[in-house]
Design a protein around this ligand. Structure first.
Ligand code: 4AD
Ligand code: MG
Length: 435
C-alpha cells in the first residue's frame, strides 16, 4: 500500500489508507484511544476503538510515547464536529521508532521551552509545524528573489568564503589558520561582486553565508548570516538601485502571499504590499528624530534606538513599514561609496529599514581610480595595499553599484519574530557554535 499524506485525506474518505508520521498527542482511555498524528503536511486525529481496532494494536498503544514514529492503516471518515472535519479510524498501528521520554524540550504551542534550549534540540523544535512554516517561507524568499534576479539577467555566482582580501573594516574579520597562514572568513562578497561586474557579466548575485566577528548580543545580529547580494553595471545613480530594490520587494511580497498563504495563515501573519517606499535623506531623518528629542550631529550614524524610533515616525507619517534612508555622510560610510554631487559630505548610498531595523545597505561605488585613491587616503587607507581591489579599476570599469540584504533579518521582520535566531535553523553568535 502506498503512503497517503495527511493533506490528501479529504480526497480519500471511506477508503483504507496508510499514514506515516510522528505521534503528536496520545490519550488512552479504556475503550477508546486518541492519537494525533503529524507528517510534513499537517496533523490529524486518529482513533482506536476496543473491538474495532485490531486487538494487538489497541493494547500496544499503552506503551507508545509522544514523538515516536508510527505507521497507521485506517479509514478516514467525515466528522463535522471535530477541529479537522475528518478523523481516521485505526485498523492497526505499527511502531517504527519509539521515542524516549521525557523529551528534552517542549515544542508545543502552549508552553515553549526558551530559545536557547530549543536550538540545542532544533531538530525536535522544528517538528512543530509553525516552526517549519518559518523555514518554508524563508526557502520561498530565496526562490522568489533568485527567480526575480535571474529574470532580470543577473548571473548567480559563488565566491570564496576563505580569503585574504576585503574592503570592509578589518575589525569584523574572523581569522582562520590556513596551513599555518592566517586568512579570513568573508565578511561580504562585495569585492567579488564588483570583480565580475567588471569581468563583463554586468549583473551578478550571490546568496551565501557572510561572517562577522561582532561581539553583539542583540536580537538582530549573528556572527554568521545569509547575505542576499547583487551588483549591477551601467547604473546612472543610486536611485536606479533603489528603484530596482523596490520592484524586487514588491515582487517578493506579492508572490509570498500567493505561494505561502497557508504558512502565513498558520503563523497568523499578514503583510502589506508596499506602494512607493518613502525615501528620506539622513539629514531629514535626523530632523524628524530631533523633533522627538533624539539628537545627532551631521556626521553621526543612527543607533538602533534611532532606527526604531524612525520606523515608528515613518509609519505614522507615511503609513509605510519600509523606508529608504539616503545620502549617508561619507564619515560613516566606507571609502568605496561614490560621493553625492550636490553634497560633498554625502554619499550615493542608502539603507533600507523594515519596521525600524536595517535590512539592506546599497551604494553606487566609486569607479574612477584617482577619486577612489583620494577617498581611501581620506580614511587613512592605502589602495596600494589592496592590489586585488585596485586592479579592478585599471582596465575599463563601468559605473556600477550593489546592494546587500540580510535574509535572516528579512525573514524575522516579515514574520514579526522577536529574535533573529527564530529565523535561522542553527544560529551562530558569540556564545554559540553548536550543534
Ligand atoms: O550593511 P552591510 O554590512 O553591507 C555590506 O555588506 C556591504 N558590503 C554592501 C554590500 O553590497 N553587501 O550588510 C548587508 C546586510 C545588512 O543590511 C543586514 O541586513 C545584514 O546584511 N547584516 C546582518 N545580519 C545579521 N547579523 C549581522 N551581524 C549582520 N550584519 C549585516
Ligand atoms: Mg549596513
Amino acid at each position: 500500500m502506498e503512503r497517503t499524506l495527511i493533506k490528501d485525506l479529504k480526497d480519500n474518505i471511506g477508503k483504507e489508507v496508510l499514514l506515516k508520521g510522528w505521534i503528536q498527542e496520545l490519550r488512552n482511555l479504556s475503550k477508546i484511544k486518541f492519537l494525533i498524528l503529524r507528517d510534513r503536511t499537517g496533523d490529524m486525529q486518529t482513533l482506536a476503538f476496543k473491538g474495532d481496532t485490531e486487538e494487538e494494536s489497541f493494547n500496544a498503544l499503552d506503551d507508545f510515547t509522544k514523538e515516536s514514529v508510527v505507521e497507521i492503516i485506517g479509514t478516514p471518515k467525515e466528522n463535522k464536529t471535530s477541529h479537522w472535519g475528518i478523523e481516521v479510524m485505526i485498523k492497526n498501528i505499527k511502531m517504527v521508532s519509539l521515542s524516549e521520554v521525557p523529551h528534552p524540550i517542549d515544542n508545543s504551542d502552549k508552553s515553549q521551552t526558551n530559545i536557547d534550549k530549543r536550538i540545542d534540540y532544533r531538530f525536535l523544535d522544528t517538528r512543530n509545524l509553525k516552526k517549519q512554516a518559518i523555514f518554508k517561507i524563508r526557502s520561498k524568499i530565496v526562490k522568489i528573489v533568485g527567480t526575480y534576479l535571474e529574470s532580470n539577467e543577473f548571473t548567480n555566482i559563488q565566491t570564496p568564503k576563505m580569503t585574504t582580501i576585503g574592503v570592509e573594516s578589518g575589525a569584523d574579520l574572523f581569522t582562520v589558520d590556513y596551513f599555518g597562514t592566517p586568512i579570513y572568513l568573508s565578511q561580504s562578497p562585495q569585492i567579488y561582486k564588483q570583480m565580475f561586474v567588471v569581468g563583463g557579466f554586468e549583473r551578478v548575485y550571490e546568496i551565501a553565508p557572510v561572517f562577522r566577528a561582532e561581539k553583539s548580543h542583540t536580537t538582530r545580529h549573528l556572527t554568521e548570516f545569509t547575505g542576499v547580494d547583487f551588483e549591477m553595471a551601467f547604473i546612472k545613480d543610486e536611485i536606479e538601485l533603489m528603484n530596482f530594490v523596490e520592484e524586487m520587494l514588491v515582487d517578493l511580497l506579492t508572490k509570498l502571499k500567493e505561494e505561502c498563504s497557508s504558512e502565513l495563515e498558520l503563523l497568523g501573519v499578514e503583510h502589506k504590499i508596499p506602494e512607493d517606499i518613502p525615501r528620506i535623506t539622513m539629514g531629514e531623518a535626523k530632523a524628524l528624530l530631533a523633533e522627538k528629542g533624539k539628537k545627532y550631529t551631521e556626521e553621526d550614524d543612527l543607533d538602533p534606538e534611532g532606527e526604531k524610533l524612525l520606523g515608528e515616525i515613518v509609519k505614522e507619517k507615511y503609513g509605510s513599514e519600509f523606508v529608504f534612508l539616503t545620502n549617508f555622510p561619507f564619515a560613516v560610510r566606507p571609502f568605496y561609496c561614490m560621493k553625492s554631487e550636490a553634497d560633498s559630505n554625502g554619499t550615493k548610498s542608502f539603507d533600507l529599514l523594515f519596521n525600524g531595523v536595517e535590512i539592506a545597505t546599497g551604494t553606487q561605488r566609486e569607479h574612477q581610480l584617482d577619486v577612489l585613491e583620494k577617498q581611501a587616503k581620506g580614511k587613512g587607507l592605502d589602495l596600494d595595499k589592496m592590489p586585488e581591489y585596485k586592479d579592478l579599476f585599471k582596465y575599463g570599469c563601468p559605473p556600477h553599484g550593489g546592494v546587500g540584504f540580510g535574509l535572516d533579518r528579512i525573514t524575522q521582520r516579515l514574520l514579526k519574530l522577536d529574535n533573529i535566531r527564530e529565523a535561522v535553523l542553527l544560529p551562530r553568535d558569540p556564545e554559540r557554535m553548536s550543534p
